[in-house]
Design a protein around this ligand. Structure first.
Ligand code: HSE
Length: 328
């Protein structure tokens, strides 16, 4: 199947890296970054596009962009991986809406459009008989969306608690283990490509809150907006606070929480015991759910970074290929 990538930051480049070589069923026909684009209906060489981006800072020709890719229409699946805008989801929301309207599949790691307009986009995808894949919006490589939807189908989820932001978890881990200041650890997380384009989304808890909204609305039968979430971030946490928690056999983690029955959705730093299943290190994410039938279930894995996020995108691409792509 033919794929086009919109957004060529850490995630877009990770997807292109996965598409290098022939061990998959996808042909890359277009790529756009914020200032340029390249298009070839016969197939681009992903390694060349990556090289060009690395050496020139552009993936293609200045003056070409998303409208050219959409009007060309030479793709079956749009991979939308541009930076998140939590405030209305634009411009990605309009792009996704147009592409679904064209009867083409969309796979995205972009949390803004899914948090702001999940119900509308899902209805449009269903009406057009195409798939909207958004596994990569929550917890990077961890297949928590599919795990909750399919693996635990039939269960009622009574509560969900999670470490859902790799950047915050990385910062808290580095402050505790290496005594780095908050600002040093944040800079490392940015340099390593874990943080959002605007890292205040990470450290102020907004990114975690957006992920809770996506899970609440798409999996837990709720209907909430970002403004319904109580949010406190980690930007006031000090090394001294972490040391104090440690001296009592605990640590501090940014926890996202949903209790559907109480309509409670909250993000806050919590002191938790070092032997708690949610105490994971670095960019790991962990999500524990309490289900009526299965009891407690915990998912753990890499929640941020180029290839872990590309892994979730590839999973959605493969699902689409399995449902729609064989023989086409
Ligand atoms: N900035 C996000 C994080 C990326 O650190 O978790 C993955 O959503």
């Amino acid at each position: 199947m033919r794929v086009a990538i919109i957004g060529f930051g850490a995630v877009g480049r990770g997807v292109a890296q996965v598409l290098v070589g022939s061990d998959h069923d996808f042909t890359l026909t277009a790529v756009a970054d914020s200032r340029s684009a390249c298009i070839d209906p016969d197939g681009l060489n992903p390694a060349e596009v990556l090289r060009r981006k690395e050496t020139t800072g552009l993936c293609g020709t200045e003056g070409l962009g998303i409208p050219d890719i959409l009007s060309m229409g030479e793709f079956d699946i749009l991979i939308e991986v541009s930076p998140t805008n939590a405030n209305g989801g634009e411009p990605a929301l309009s792009t996704i809406r147009s592409v679904l309207g064209m009867g083409k599949h969309v796979v995205t790691s972009n949390k803004g459009p899914i948090a702001c307009a999940f119900t509308e986009l899902k209805a449009l995808a269903d009406q057009k008989g195409v798939i909207l894949g958004y596994e990569a919006t929550v917890a990077g490589a961890v297949p928590v969306m599919n795990g909750l939807r399919h693996g635990l189908a039939g269960n009622r989820i009574r509560s969900l608690h999670g470490i859902l932001n790799g950047t915050c978890n990385y910062i808290l881990t580095r402050m505790r283990d290496e005594g780095l200041t908050y600002h040093q650890a944040l800079q490392e997380a940015r340099d390593l490509g874990y943080a959002e384009a605007d890292p205040t989304y990470d450290v102020k808890g907004i990114d975690t809150a957006i992920k809770l909204v996506i899970m609440a609305n798409s999996l837990l039968g709720m209907n909430i907006a970002l403004s319904d979430v109580e949010i406190t971030g980690i930007d006031q946490i000090t090394v001294e606070a972490l040391n104090l928690a440690e001296s009592e056999g605990s640590t501090i983690r940014l926890i996202g929480e949903i209790i559907p029955e109480k309509n409670l959705v909250r993000v806050s730093p919590r002191v938790i015991s070092l032997d708690h299943p949610l105490v994971v290190d670095g960019t790991l994410n962990a999500i524990s759910v309490c289900c009526d039938l299965a009891g407690p279930v915990t998912f753990i894995g890499r929640g941020a970074g180029s290839l872990p996020t590309a892994s979730a995108i590839l999973a959605d691409l493969n699902s689409i290929r399995d449902c729609h792509g064989r023989g086409t």
